[in-house]
Design a protein around this ligand. Structure first.
Ligand SMILES: *[C@@H]1O[C@H](CO)[C@@H](O)[C@H](O)[C@H]1NC(C)=O
Length: 820
């Protein structure tokens, strides 16, 4: 609505100016015809100028950063790293790789691992590099990862099991050293396997790499870059089972096709003297033809039999007083030191041993947490964004993002609403990491107060996303879930005596206020204190129920016919929740908090909530809008007036379209499921409200939301339960069990079972059952499939969708620990 006003203002202002010009002009007419003319020209030029200026400003605003101090200060390359920055400077921040290292510097050199089997099949080898569901690996993921110093990952390939371990060591002024160790053992029956491991370094523009080659073996890469100063990457000789070593030095113009560039420089070489068998080898010095620059992409290849172990040792040039090399026995003992520290800290934070969880369960929990923490990435780049003032998408400013990811294989980038859930867990493990992640996200806010919800930064990230999903529109929100971890963090920040923590609060507060205000102004509904998700398509004919991607719950059924008159109960609850936390922060900072408190009071007022969103017929909380339950996807009838000689299109070739059998009317949307639960999930219903009793009874009902594996997203009795949204678009939030919402449910049940009210005992008993069902099923599926999944089937409990999905599904750890 505000947007509409903005346009009219923009359109009108210049016109008004022109009218005034005329009036001024006429008055002067009698005096001098010449000056009237001149003045007229000047004034209309000014008018046109103002018009252009305002239009340009409107076009610019979508890509203009908020004018407020950043939470995460930008570091120039000449600045030495502050100690706390140095700690997390290096990391496994290339989330989508099976194993890769980089720094948190925009143009950091990239390091990574690839591998493939020799002597299997013909043609190109299946090179592993980016996590890929198509590789069909039986299992992989971090088993331990502390987010700072160390990690240990197990990758189960078809013929062997590989551990990728790394440890860092601080020293010097560029983030210190690290060593990675890759150890492989064959799976039974595959002892004869011969495979190649490849470890590379590539520059992103800046810097220099010089390979050191001794007797045709790449022994080290000497490099220097802005972020790292000088450094050496060494490839110490492995003790045994090395069959061949090869290398590649070349130039790659891009970093998102390293595998392809490398594969185009492979050769077949004779494997053993006298035999005809050949193996796939890197081609040595192979610069592109007609290119006389320096190499920027250097790869070390070892072809080995199993078992095998190799190390890659990175040493920073400014680390002068290193006591010894971080390799061999020293590395082994550092790894085991960090491993036991990890185990100790894990028990300390989550206390699963104390809660009598068995060995298997604790291993699952450690793997879930570690893969979330180990999946944290760093990106730098520009989003493509668009406002209604831009004809075409424009580039956001270049910005960094440090964030966890939903899935290393399928969604290896930042998603705004996922990130709030991720940090519910991360903040328990390491609040410093969470604060930095949240800071990065808030720094992505533009001057309007908007944060793009999907962050596709840099070439590697963009390579993973279909073009139509790249552009982010500034009308579109996404649930402000960052308030969930903030609620946990803020309690400690407020108590903290450290200047750093106080500065952090001071820096996030203006951004949170602006963010809240953006929602409160742009996402309003038709009546005061109602809210509406934008971004629904009211024109589509293919969708059974037009999607609401912005709500995070993509195809969850809303009003069947999107209009500006609808309003959504989940968004209203998110707003209530956010207002409450802002009131708390403002109060603790001694800033005016009354407006937030007042908004919070209104949005949590149960009478008003019930008036707006309680459907007295179905006795459930619901969205309101232009809706019909009687919609269906049907094959359209072929057109009737076919001219002679023409063949009518066969129905198989026509895509199904939606048919509305009963005209829609403004009413509550009958669609019981996750959205109906929000007043309960975000603890807005009072513990004494009879509506709470009704919700508890309904969610415990197997015909509705209850299953033995968790709460399903849409009730079995809901009209669109498990329905396809288009002919090809299967149900997503229309039945399957999602762990993030189940986490909120368990958390709410815990709340209502510990606060006085008539439903306390009922809440308690459901809490116990739901928690057990969720833990048992995620664990059972992990054992059965090797993975944690995006969603779980409500009939069988089977994991579905992308995997590994250790984004919010990893919240099972918090559920086990009862840490809400
Ligand atoms: C949110 O918007 C409503 C309606 O415009 C307004 O009354 C309220 O003060 C706003 N709340 C805050 C905290 O800005």
């Amino acid at each position: 609505m505000t947007r509409k006003n903005d346009t009219t203002r923009l359109r009108k202002k210049p016109v008004k100016l022109e009218e005034e010009n005329d009036r001024v002009g006429k008055k002067k007419a009698k005096e001098s015809p010449m000056s009237i003319y001149t003045l007229g020209v000047i004034l209309s030029l000014i008018g046109a100028g103002i018009f252009l200026f305002l239009r340009m400003r409107a076009q610019e605003s979508v890509k203009t950063p908020l004018n407020a101090p950043r939470v995460i200060k930008e570091r120039s390359s000449s600045m030495p790293l502050a100690p706390h920055d140095a700690e997390r400077f290096w990391g496994t921040y290339r989330s989508q790789l099976y194993f890769g290292m980089r720094t948190k510097y925009p143009t950091s050199p990239l390091f990574g691992l690839m591998w493939f089997d020799q002597f299997v099949g013909q043609g190109m080898p299946a090179v592993r590099h980016w996590c890929n569901q198509g590789d069909r690996l039986p299992r992989y993921g971090w088993l331990a990862h502390d987010g700072v110093n160390f990690g240990s990952q197990e990758i189960v390939d078809h013929r062997y099991i590989m551990m990728t371990d790394f440890v860092k060591r601080q020293g010097g002024s560029h983030g210190g050293d690290w060593t990675a160790r890759f150890s492989l053992r064959p799976v039974p029956g595959q002892e004869k396997t011969v495979m190649s491991l490849l470890f590379y370094s590539v520059l992103q523009g800046q810097g220099k790499l010089t390979p050191e080659i001794v007797k045709n073996r790449l022994v080290a890469i000497h490099g220097s870059t802005e972020d790292l100063g000088s450094f050496t990457l060494r490839f110490p000789k492995s003790a045994s089972n090395v069959k061949k070593t090869n290398f590649l030095t070349t130039y790659s113009p891009v970093v998102d096709q390293l595998k392809e560039v490398m594969m185009s420089r492979m050769l077949l070489e004779n494997y053993e003297k006298g035999s005809k068998q050949s193996y796939i080898a890197l081609g040595g010095h192979r610069m592109p033809p007609d290119f006389d620059g320096e190499p920027n992409f250097v790869v070390h290849q070892v072809t080995v039999s199993l078992p095998f172990e190799m190390e890659v040792v990175f040493e920073s040039g400014s680390f002068k007083d290193r006591p010894n090399s971080l390799s061999g026995d020293t590395l082994t003992s550092e790894l085991s030191k960090y491993h036991s520290h990890f185990d100790g800290k894990f028990e300390n934070v989550f206390q699963l041993g104390k809660k009598n969880f068995g060995g298997h369960e604790v291993l699952l929990a450690k793997a879930a947490l570690s893969n979330m923490v180990g999946g944290i990435g760093y990106w730098y780049g520009q989003s493509l964004v668009q406002s209604k003032y831009n004809e075409k998408p424009v580039e956001y400013w270049p910005a960094p993002l440090y964030s966890a990811v939903p899935s290393r294989s399928f969604f290896p980038r930042g998603f705004l609403w996922d990130e709030g859930f991720h940090n519910l867990l991360i903040s328990k493990w390491d609040p410093e990491i969470s604060k930095e992640i949240i800071g990065h996200w808030l720094d992505l806010m533009n001057q309007e107060g908007w944060i793009p919800r999907e962050q596709i930064l840099g070439d590697e990230a963009r390579a993973k996303v279909p073009a139509e999903f790249v552009v982010q529109k500034n009308e579109n929100a996404n649930p402000p879930t960052l308030f969930l971890p903030l609620k946990l963090l803020i309690a400690d920040l407020i108590k903290s005596e450290k200047a750093k923590d106080h500065d952090y609060l001071q820096a996030v507060f203006p951004r949170l206020k602006t963010w809240f205000n953006w929602f409160n102004v742009t996402q309003t509904g038709p009546i005061p204190f109602t809210y509406r998700w934008r971004g629904r398509d009211s024109e589509t004919k293919r969708e059974l129920n037009p999607k609401t991607l912005t709500s995070g719950l993509d195809d969850y059924p809303r009003a069947s016919h999107p209009t500006d008159d609808e309003y959504h109960v989940d968004l209203r609850c998110w707003m209530a929740f956010a207002a409450g936390i802002l009131a708390d922060i403002a109060k603790s900072l001694g800033e005016p908090h009354e407006e937030y408190k007042a908004t919070y009071d209104i949005l949590t007022n149960n009478d008003l909530l019930d008036k707006l969103h309680w459907d007295p017929v179905t006795e459930r909380y619901a969205d309101y809008g232009l809706h019909s339950n009687k919609v269906k996807l049907e094959k359209p009838k072929p057109p009737k007036n076919i001219k002679q000689g023409q063949t009518p299109p066969s129905p198989q070739h026509l895509e199904k379209v939606r048919v509305t059998k009963v005209e829609p009317k403004n009413q509550f949307v009958d669609s019981f499921g996750y959205v109906s639960l929000f007043p309960f999930l975000l603890q807005i219903i009072e513990p004494t409200s009879p509506k709470l009793g009704k919700i508890l009874t309904d969610l415990r009902n197997e015909k509705m939301l209850w299953t033995n594996h968790g709460l399903r997203s849409l009730a079995k009795i809901a009209p669109l339960y498990n329905k396809y949204n288009t002919e090809h678009d299967g149900p997503y939030w229309r039945g399957p069990i999602w762990i993030n919402i189940n986490f909120l449910a368990v958390r709410a049940l815990n709340y209502y079972s510990t606060n006085e009210g008539p439903y306390k005992d009922q809440a308690r008993s459901i809490y116990v059952d739901l928690r057990k069902n969720l833990i048992d099923n995620v664990l059972k599926e992990y054992k059965r499939t090797g993975f944690i999944w995006e969603q779980y089937d409500d009939a069988t409990g089977h994991g579905k969708g992308s995997h590994p999905f250790t984004g919010w599904s990893a919240l099972v750890v918090a559920i086990m620990a009862e840490e809400y």
